[in-house]
Ligand binder design. Structure first.
Ligand code: KG4
Ligand code: ZN
Length: 348
């Protein structure tokens, strides 16, 4: 069994090939990724039209590379998985049409994969010892939510952001510090370069119901204004003090976001009485977050590889494998689903 997977929901084009070595024993033979960060950086965010065109250009090239690396030929592919949603409509359509075209030519089934399900199951892909049930915090540029996973397609939403996602909070905060889009990873690197911070951001981003990060941006811009005004009124070595302040503010921002995520994970553990905890999504690549999650008292923690935390096609291949084995397939006229809450999969 060889599964070809396609990811094109946002600004990364991904192609991966998975092989089933024996029953339930799988291997990712190859995975290719083309990031569009440089292209969208110019505009301070993802431009959907440009992203779709890039996917269209990149998909055939990445497919060729992935096949060459996996040392199999196209006609050995036995099933195809494509991200069907959530994501940008044009981007999703590019991937789905590409996948459908291949499935027709090769006469193999195609399944539509939920991108968030990909993130939820990525910890299992990289930690075969992880079994259901477990809690998974998905922290990406568009999503921040904790689910209880009891089986494939059996996901209970425990907590979701009510405004910004954690990745968005990182990116918007980075922007306020003068770091270019997407900025999350660079803010993290800046935060990790200092030993601590004189600043502590207020806990305005805590909410009872779900996550809420909207107050963080206001608190940060006020802090930055106050500190810059102070510097102007003092006769210190401004250049080096600005560098110190930036690092320490980045540290405080990272701490504030992580603390919120940890508090909610702890609450989810108590609510469900489950101690297996995984994290996934772009922000799960954050080293300080990984450390904080590892330190949660009583938790057994699981992380995907950093390259499977951010968007990638290997996680899509894994979900496609599980779902194709259950006999699922997507009819030709099925539309993409730009909004597709992962918990609605339960009823499929
Ligand atoms: O899952 P992902 O690759 O794409 C989406 O589906 O959104 O997540 C991207 C998000 C961006 O907001 C990016 O800034 C953030 O993940 N991110 C990070 C780090 N690496 C990526 N945030 C904090 N620390 C990092 N090391
Ligand atoms: Zn994602």
């Amino acid at each position: 069994m060889y599964i070809l997977a396609i990811e094109s929901s946002c600004d990364e084009t991904g192609v991966a090939i998975l092989s089933e070595k024996s029953t339930d024993q799988i291997e990712i033979l190859s995975e290719e990724l083309s990031s569009q960060v440089k292209l969208h950086e110019l505009y301070g965010g993802v431009v959907p039209e440009l992203a779709s065109r890039e996917h269209m250009k990149n998909l055939p090239l990445l497919l060729e590379k992935a096949l060459a690396k996996s040392k199999i030929s196209l006609n050995q592919i036995t099933g195809i998985g494509v991200t069907r949603g959530p994501g940008l409509k044009g981007c999703l359509m590019t991937g789905l049409f590409f996948g459908h075209g291949l499935s027709q030519v090769l006469d193999v089934p195609l399944v539509g994969v939920n991108h968030i399900e990909g993130h939820l199951l990525a910890p299992m892909l990289d930690n075969p010892e992880l079994k259901f049930p477990y809690l998974c915090l998905v922290v990406s540029g568009g999503h921040t939510e904790i689910h209880l996973l009891k089986g494939v397609g059996d996901y209970t939403l425990l907590c979701r952001t009510q405004d910004d996602a954690a990745g968005e909070a990182f990116d918007k905060s980075a922007n306020l510090l003068g770091i270019n889009y997407p900025g999350g990873a660079m803010l993290a690197a800046l935060a990790d370069s200092v030993p601590g911070s004189r600043y502590k951001l207020p806990k305005v981003m805590r909410s009872q119901e779900g996550f809420s990060f909207s107050g963080l941006k206001t608190a940060i811009s006020l802090l930055i204004k106050k500190e810059y005004a102070r510097l102007q009124s003092e006769t210190t070595d401004t250049e080096s003090e600005i560098t110190n302040i930036k690092g320490e503010i980045a540290f405080a921002i990272q701490q504030a976001i992580i603390q919120t995520l940890i508090d909610k994970l702890k609450a989810a553990m108590i609510q469900t009485n489950i101690n297996q905890v995984a994290i996934s999504g772009g922000v799960a690549a954050n080293k300080a977050l990984r450390k904080a999650v590892s330190n949660i008292n009583g938790a057994k923690t699981f992380f995907p590889l950093p390259s499977h935390s951010t968007d990638n096609a290997a996680m899509i291949a894994y979900v496609a494998y599980l779902r194709l084995k259950r006999g699922e397939s997507l009819p030709l006229d099925a539309p993409v689903l730009p909004r597709w809450p992962v918990e609605t999969l339960n009823s499929v």
